[in-house]
Design a protein around this ligand. Sequence first.
Ligand code: NDP
Length: 328
Amino acid sequence: MKVLITGSSGLVGNSIKKSDKKSDIEFIYWSSKDCNLLNYEEVYNKLIELQPDIIVNLAANVGGLFKNLNKNVEMFEDNIQMNMNILRLSKKIGVKMVISCLSTCIFPDKTEYPIKEEYLNNGIPHYSNNGYAYAKRFIDIYTGLMNVENSETLFVNLSPTNIYGENDNYNLNDAHVIPALIHRGYLSSGGEFEIKGSGKALRMFIYSDDLAKIILEFINFYAEDKLNKMKDLINITRENQLNYNFIVADKDEITIKYIAEIIAEQFNINKLTFNTNYPDGQYRKPVDNTRLKELFKLYNKNLEFVDFKEKLIETCNYFKNNYNNIRK
Ligand code: NDP
């Protein structure tokens, strides 16, 4: 079996690269240098040549709050185009399964909590990431339609919470919350570290190696029974639309303060302050991972997550030790 991983030079792609894998599966890794997914002709020619059985579609134009605010149009255009090319061509050449990544940050800004898969299109996303969110929601709509019409290719979507880990993007303008705090903590080493907001907001995180393991399990589930057990589990959420979407999350909610304190300790910060002149955003955004847990149960697998503090410390150490080579 051939499995193509797009976005392989990114945070999650690198975690898949270093995971233990079955020897009877051939993994092929694409970054933008191997294939520019914005270019339909190039994707078409390379996919025809490769003929993968499964595609794990991780490639995306992705970033934190400031990138989303400043580049909403670019993020909409790029993500729509990349995903349209991959998804459309997967169907055309008869790929057996495509796993795409959505995100819990694309769910409605005003919603019920904990967030469940079926709430995705019940309201508008937060204004700051409209472009990214609607482009990702398009994957949900498009794959849902294709799952009904096309029996040859199975489209599965994973919706992880915030991801963190070694090969993250630590650019101070573009980064997500944990890599941004690690980089700012590092630059404040031995001095004062100011956090914007009270630090009381709660968020959910997943370590990129945990997400990689879950993705590899989906590949194993496919090998076992073509994911037939999964099909029985999913409710049809909108008439005539089969959305095989799974929220991927650990159970714990973590305060920004807790994260900042761990980071401060790693960089010998003298004084940690919280500037309450800045807003905290939504106090909590809990999500419900019941569907994923049930799926793992069907395949007699445990859904296990690493210890957050331990992996955050490891990530800080990785950042320190690789400062000259990391993405920043
Ligand atoms: P990264 O930003 O770390 O990596 C993005 C990847 O996409 C890189 O390999 C990049 O290749 C590739 N890429 C970008 N543009 C193109 C292009 N035009 N053609 C081909 N490849 C391209 O992403 P993550 O690993 O963090 O995210 C993986 C998935 O998870 C994404 O779909 C993302 O939307 C989703 N997600 C991420 C979250 C997070 O907190 N990081 C949270 C929830 C979901 P290159 O290096 O060559 O540019």
